[in-house]
Design a protein around this ligand. Structure first.
Ligand code: G4P
Length: 540
């Protein structure tokens, strides 16, 4: 890969704008505190006046996923996708990752648009299944990780044990930026290892206000009064031990994804949130470029480029609109600019980019590399599309995941057929699931594939709430998909006919939504036989 020589950089003022952007996501296992932390960051960012007003989890319990619940509430979390706020001279873009209980493709897509991630961990639980999956995605993408160990006001696991677990499981060097003084009812604050001072914790009512911060030295009377002698001794020993056992915080290693800064606190009580935000913004990287045809496109390249990472229909149920979210990789966006969609080759005028905040919208006139555009209107873009003013640039940021679940989603009432079709078409464009057409099948509706079964539930819930269409699932007998190509294309075969394949019993040939041929098999153990019988094919 080469790095493009920056022959045409953006003007200096724009380069400054790009350099001050920080685009990141918060990731966590459900219930670790992602929503609460998001609210508190917005509180500090001045974006909302009173934290705690965004969502109430208790009312959402009855629904089967955060996504549906939030969708129902139409709270900030879902409809915004990206929240932008200013803090200490930085322009912060905070992206919402879907709160699904199981991993889905949308999560991966959102993470393709960020430059850093804050991973929230419940101090009482440590690393949980979803945290690990999300972490793996970040690692694969080389996204630096900052860890916030939350809920220190509740009985937690010993901090040294949490540290060991993080290191063992994630295989990154831990660099605790601060260290907790006790936990649960005995939680008294944190020791800031860099400044060598104690931040004493004061409980506020459900963290509704910015927490007052009292700073003192570890040997100060105030600290000694707050801590029992035993706790004071433990903390002093632990801090000394950390100095010996952990490597000092090294920004280069953090950005290279080798070391993770760790912060302790309590999002609900606003404790440690501001310190984490400030330290994070100091260390988090400015917008990174993306690779196009083996060349790294620098963010401050003059020509505009970006890729579509998310599409959401019916943001506002009263206006059937569609928002297309684009991560700007390089250059400057200006309202009404014309770009090319590299997939279709069509020129498109970007007339209606908006800044979204919950239900509020504002027209966006200018945006820079690192920012997220929300294009609202009738754009014919698909997930993964590159929009650019430089025809040489194409990004390939959106790999397709191999589905592990398949189903048909069938319409319960044929008098709704138009709405069913419109809904399916729209939601497929959003990439809610993958569609396959089985060759010569009598079934008119496409077979759907997804990484997790919850994607189907989301699809059904949305068909019902947004299109008033009731559906049912009908599982097919296939559970495995294999993509294939001919080693040597068969002469004279029409594009509509599949290549010759010797199929194991119960298997069929189908096409994915891009027109690629696949084999669907009823069981994993048949894959070997499929490969052995078809040496003239290459399987991916
Ligand atoms: P999520 O988005 O990661 O799923 O988690 P969320 O922020 O919704 O938090 C899950 C639960 O944990 C919420 O409680 C929230 O109030 C609580 N929580 C978050 N941070 C802290 C913290 O620092 N300390 C303590 N003690 N609790 C915390 P809930 O009862 O489910 O909802 P709610 O009625 O409080 O909103």
């Amino acid at each position: 890969m080469t790095t493009s020589a920056l022959t045409n950089p953006v003007p200096a003022a724009a380069a400054k704008e790009i350099a001050r952007r920080r685009t990141f996501a918060i990731i966590s296992h459900p219930d670790a505190g992602k929503t609460t932390l998001t609210e508190k960051l917005l509180l500090y960012g001045g974006a909302i006046g009173l934290a705690g007003s965004v969502t109430s989890k208790k009312e959402q319990r009855s629904t089967s996923s955060d996504w549906m619940a939030m969708e129902k509430e139409r709270g900030i979390s879902v409809s915004s996708t990206v929240l932008q706020f200013e803090y200490n001279g930085h322009c912060v873009n905070l992206l919402d990752t879907p709160g699904h209980h199981d991993f889905s493709e949308d999560t991966y897509r959102v993470l393709s648009a960020v430059d850093a991630a804050v991973m929230v961990i419940d101090a009482g639980k440590g690393i949980e299944a979803q945290t690990l999956k999300l972490f793996e995605v970040c690692r694969r993408r080389g996204v630096p990780i900052f860890v916030f160990i939350n809920k220190m006001d509740r009985p937690s696991r010993p901090p040294l044990e949490l540290m060991d677990e993080l290191e063992d499981v994630l295989k990154l060097a831990p660099a605790p930026v601060n260290w907790p003084l006790g936990d649960g009812p005995r939680f008294k604050g944190v020791f800031d290892r860099q400044k060598g001072e104690v931040n004493l914790f004061e409980r506020t009512s459900h963290g509704a206000f910015k927490a007052p911060l009292e700073v003192a030295g570890i040997e100060d009377d105030k600290v000694r009064e707050a801590l029992s002698d035993e706790l004071h001794e433990t903390v002093v020993q632990e801090v000394e031990m950390l100095d010996e056992l952990t490597e000092p915080l090294d920004l280069e290693r953090v950005l290279a994804g080798e070391q993770m800064p760790i912060y302790f606190g309590s999002a609900m009580n606003n404790f440690g949130v501001q310190n984490m935000l400030e330290s994070f913004l100091e260390m988090a990287p400015p917008p990174a470029g993306r690779v196009s045809n083996e060349e790294m496109i620098a963010p401050n390249t003059d020509s505009f480029s970006g890729f579509v990472f998310k599409i959401q229909a019916n943001m506002n149920p009263r206006h059937r609109d569609r928002a297309v979210f684009v991560r700007i990789v390089s250059g400057i966006f200006e309202r009404d600019m014309q770009v090319v969609d590299q997939r279709t080759g069509k020129k498109v005028r970007l007339a209606s980019a908006q800044k979204l905040f919950g239900q509020d919208r504002e027209t966006l006139d200018t945006a820079y590399a690192g920012d997220i555009l929300a294009l609202v209107g009738n754009y014919d873009f698909l997930i993964g599309d590159t929009l650019t003013s430089d025809p040489k640039v194409t990004y390939n940021e959106m790999p397709r995941f191999t589905p592990e679940c398949f189903t048909y989603i069938l319409n319960n009432d044929t008098s709704n057929i138009k709405r069913y079709r419109a809904g399916m078409e729209q939601l497929m464009k959003e990439g809610v699931a993958q569609a396959y057409q089985v060759h010569n099948s009598a079934q008119a509706v496409p077979l759907l594939g997804a990484v997790g079964p919850l994607q189907f539930e989301v699809l059904q819930a949305r068909l019902l709430s947004e299109y008033q269409v009731e559906t049912r699932q009908e599982p097919p007998s296939w559970t495995v998909v294999q993509w294939f190509e001919e080693k040597e294309p068969q002469k004279g075969r029409s594009d509509r006919d599949p290549p010759q394949v010797l199929l194991p019993s119960g298997s069929v040939v189908a096409r994915d939504q891009d027109g690629q041929w696949v084999v669907l098999l009823p069981a994993k153990y048949l894959v070997k036989s499929l490969h052995e019988r078809n040496e003239h094919l290459v399987f991916r």
